[in-house]
Design a protein around this ligand. Sequence first.
Ligand code: SAH
Ligand code: SF4
Length: 350
Amino acid sequence: MLTDIKSMYEDELKEEFAKLGEPSYRAAQVYKWLHSGVKSFDEMTNIPKTLRQKLVENYYISYAAIEKKLISDYDDTKKYLFSFADGEAVESVLMSYHHGYTSCISTQVGCKMGCTFCATGKSGFSRNLTASEMLAQLQTEQSDNNIRISNIVLMGMGEPLDNFDNVVRFLHLVSSEHGMNIGMRHISLSTCGLVPRIYELADMKLQLTLSVSLHAPNNQIRSRTMPVNRRYDIDELLKACRYYFRQTGRRISFEYAMIDGVNDSDSCARELASRLTGMSCHVNLIPVNTVSGTGYKKSKRDRMKNFIAILEKSGITATVRRTLGSDINASCGQLRRSVIDGSVEKGDKS
Ligand code: SAH
Ligand code: SF4
């Protein structure tokens, strides 16, 4: 069995190399090559051939191959379908903002959480991604566009906190000095609310932004659209969010997908405001992306305006998220689904 070398910390690589009878500076050189995005050991030109041969015999380098790429006509957003060595595929979206490139990557192939509005949730779960497969998505995007990514959001397919160890490993690798060196402050992790894991993450005191997919002001609505709420309800979730803020000093970002007639009434806005009052947070309202088979429609623009006005009157900052790449099904899970079973209509123009 070959070992996944790109998921190893630099220190772990040094220990491995010591076992192979190699000096630690060689491990440092290999680490740099791996994080620069090479696909093979042959590309490591300053590594002696004999060592390269030993590496080939013991390790493999994860790589994300481009299966499909869609480019938005409206903006510079690019959506990728990547495949890994075993043929499993995930989506990732590269967005261009004035301050640089942001990549939205996947953390699992599919998802177990089953949110009713989500294309990924509808496709079921296949497997966790390794840390190196998360890195590989960024690396392929960088080389395909000849750019450097400066911000990362873990908002693609999968529930990051359901793949906790690999995600934490990825976070340390991607922010490491000799790796891509992207600071934690430039990374957001989005979760549907796995409460015990939020506590665990909070205690690590990383400077990550925690983005919490709330999508409802009460348990009745939330349990209907997000089954995870039956395990950890809103009160428990918000308590964990307050703890995260106390431990890290990082303001929580709440995601709220506006679904016509489901969670977008004035009374929903008032209920949400009363729950969030006094919290250091920000609310992102997103018109729900239409996924076929869900029957959900996005809220009208005026409805969203009223909703924001009510939140703001209570002192809660809220913005409507600019939806990039809306013509290319940029909301995750949709492209893979359309490729696999043709069930997603092309385009979702708003
Ligand atoms: N599993 C994590 C992260 C991946 S989903 C989570 O749920 O937070 C990334 C974001 O997309 C989440 O906020 C999720 O609720 C949202 N989302 C999923 N389907 C959507 C849809 N059809 N329209 C708008 N947002 C959606
Ligand atoms: Fe999973 Fe997030 Fe989709 Fe829910 S919204 S099914 S947690 S990917």
